[in-house]
Write a protein that binds this ligand. Structure first.
Ligand code: TRP
Length: 374
């Protein structure tokens, strides 16, 4: 059995730094290390529709944006298959069969579903008076559809952010249940989380728990250098750090969390001038030294923010340059998606055939049943 990656994103907007450190950067590394036989990256449009049924245009327009983000971040179509979820009908069929192996109560206990229902403000009751009331069934069931996504490609490894942990747990349960009921058929996947705590859940620029488009606290991979500088300038730091001379807090300070996620040893030499000021200057050789000075007082937010801006723009410059190139030939990007989707359909069909066989619903292939071709 080979090593296979499947992961993906909902196309509801452009991808941001949270996506980048949470999963995208890792995918590019895994692709380049070459330790996997196959890598599938899915643009989860069908999942995006589960809470955007009234706005398919948004999903439609963002498919190409996510594809551009993927390719400009360094995913290489020669090494990975990028495809569109809804164009692989086998996923829908698998979902329908898996639904019988999951209870309503188990879905209700899924912490991510619970939290997302709250976030979207779906009310507890639907008495028919308000068409916004209640939770859409498709949305409620998306962990099942996600299990179909993963198992269809016989994925062994799913690189995702921490918020997806309950999805993976539920997928593994479905696999075990299926194999117990119908015989060994599906592959049980492992989650692959970021190894750096800051990357597990990158806070928004407002310091809130998560970078998220709906909270308007994102830095996008496609933001210009000026936009990045302006967003970092406005970032949440330590509200108690009023004077430069005051001691500052590093914990819960989004600027330092971003530095934990992005700063590399070579940045101290490279961006030394960020810490040279009119009133005071510092020479730092590690992030620990920057933190210690900030805690002690005397180091202002502006210097630390300038340092972060330099690092973020160094990371994003090549991504922006590749995006500008790719944007010149959008049909070529759609062609990459079409090819990736064709390959994904072929792969998912192998699993679906095995599933139908194990469930003994492959009627026409069974001469014992039909007497055909005997
Ligand atoms: N739920 C993921 C997200 O929030 C997208 C997704 C859909 C996914 N199916 C998946 C991720 C399967 C990993 C594996 O972006």
């Amino acid at each position: 059995m080979g090593k296979v990656i499947l992961t993906g994103d909902r196309p509801t907007g452009r991808l941001h730094l949270g996506h980048y450190v949470g999963s995208l950067r890792r995918r590019v590394e895994l692709q380049n290390q070459g330790g996997f036989d196959k890598i599938f990256i899915m643009i989860a449009d069908a999942q995006a529709l589960t809470d955007n049924a009234d706005n398919p245009e948004k999903v439609r327009q963002n498919i190409i944006q996510v594809a551009l983000d993927y390719l400009s971040a360094g995913l290489d179509p020669a090494k990975v298959n990028i495809f569109i979820q809804s164009m692989v009908p086998q996923l829908t069929e698998l979902t329908f069969y898996y639904m019988n192996l999951v209870t309503v109560q188990r879905l209700q206990r899924n912490p991510t579903v619970k939290q997302e229902i709250k976030l979207r403000g779906y009310s507890e009751s639907d008495d028919g008076s308000d068409n916004k009331a209640g939770t859409p069934v498709g949305f409620f069931c998306y962990p099942i559809s996600q299990a179909a996504d993963i198992t269809a490609f016989r994925a062994t490894t799913v690189p995702v952010g921490e918020d997806q942990e309950p999805m993976l747990e539920q997928c593994r349960e479905i696999v075990r249940k299926f194999n117990a009921v119908y015989g060994e058929t599906l592959v049980e996947p492992e989650i692959l989380l970021p190894d750096n705590a800051a990357c597990l859940r990158l806070p928004g620029t407002d310091g809130k728990a998560k970078m998220s488009k709906s909270l308007g606290n994102c830095i996008y991979l496609s933001d210009s250098a000026e936009e990045v500088a302006a967003k970092v300038k406005g970032m949440f730091t330590d509200p108690g750090h009023l004077q430069v001379s005051d001691p500052g807090k590093v914990e819960g300070n989004a600027v330092f969390t971003y530095l934990d996620a992005f700063c590399k040893p070579e940045h101290f030499e490279k961006y030394r001038e960020c810490f040279v000021g009119r009133k005071s200057s510092f020479t730092f050789n590690s992030l620990d030294e920057v933190k210690a000075q900030y805690r002690a007082g005397g180091l202002g937010d502006v210097m630390v923010k300038n340092f972060l801006t330099a690092i973020l723009n160094e990371t994003l410059d090549p991504i922006r340059a590749r995006r500008a190139e790719l944007e010149k030939n959008i049909p070529a990007v759609w062609e990459i998606l079409r090819r990736g989707t064709d390959a994904a359909v072929a792969e998912a069909e192998i699993t679906l055939s095995a599933v139908r066989k194990s469930m003994r619903i492959d009627y026409f292939d069974d001469p014992e049943l039909t007497g055909m071709g005997k």
